[in-house]
Ligand binder design. Structure first.
Ligand code: PGA
Length: 252
């Protein structure tokens, strides 16, 4: 069975002008030029995608976007189509981040439409799931995650399922400095992989990468990455700085 290649993804959220994005990427290119046993990915705001794509040409750092619409084109003011992201040089797109679910009305249904649209345009979706603090305290974490996975990821082909990236991001750990313990994260990752196997078979579930997100930092990344079902990180705050993102990608 193919070994899963670790993926460290930077979610820049609503940070960085074009000039700032370019500076960050130039630094990363210098530091991460030689990586091959792991994959580094940056997801800048839409306005910087073209400039960053240009800088990343001939580099082994991948480019992704943070959101998109599911429709091909049309009168959808303010939205970005999947083909536009592919055209801008994106290989990945983050879908259903908890901030989009919380503030912008994203649901499992829109996540599902976007996931299918991403595959239809040769973009690899990174689909985010995660429970709130209240849900964890009520002991319904696995129920919530199960619903998000079943509904958000319904109707894929086995091949798409194998290529998919899932990000488990407990909402209470995002931007708070509180990380799930490696054991807490591993428990949910293993549950996600089991559920995914029941939907798409063991081969796809063993191939799909499951990232952990929520206050991943240079000093906790290695321990998280030692967990058998954690295949990478989706990183917000610590991805905005050359040194800290370099250290994250260079986890041991
Ligand atoms: P954080 O964000 O690393 O700042 O906690 C993670 C995310 O929201 O993807």
């Amino acid at each position: 069975m193919a070994k899963r290649k670790p993926l460290i993804a930077g979610n820049w959220k609503m940070y960085k002008t074009v000039a700032e994005a370019s500076d960050l990427v130039k630094g990363l290119k210098k530091n991460l030029g030689g990586i091959s046993d792991r994959e580094a990915l940056v997801c800048p705001p839409f306005t910087s995608l073209a400039a960053v794509a240009q800088l990343l040409k001939d580099s082994n750092i991948s480019l992704g976007a943070q959101n998109m619409h599911w429709e091909e084109k049309g009168a959808f003011t303010g939205e970005i189509a999947p083909a536009m992201l592919a055209d801008a040089g994106c290989k990945y797109v983050i879908i259903g981040h908890s901030e989009r679910r919380q503030y912008f009305g994203e649901t499992d249904e829109t996540v599902n439409k976007k996931t299918k649209a991403a595959f239809a345009h040769s973009l690899t979706p990174i689909v985010c799931v995660g429970e709130t603090l209240a849900e964890r305290e009520k002991n319904i974490t696995l129920e919530i995650i199960g619903r998000q996975i079943k509904n958000g990821l319904a109707g894929l082909t086995d091949k798409q399922a194998a290529e998919l990236v899932i990000a488990y991001e407990p909402v209470w750990a995002i931007g708070t400095g509180k990380t799930a313990s490696p054991a807490q994260a591993q428990e949910v990752h293993a549950a996600i992989r089991n559920l995914f196997a029941s939907m798409y078979g063991n081969e796809a579930a063993q191939a799909a990468r499951i990232l952990y997100g929520g206050s991943v930092k240079p000093d906790n990344v290695s321990e998280l990455m030692r967990q058998p079902d954690i295949d990478g990180g989706l990183v917000g705050g610590a991805s905005l700085d050359v040194d800290s993102f370099t250290k994250l990608v260079q986890f041991s």
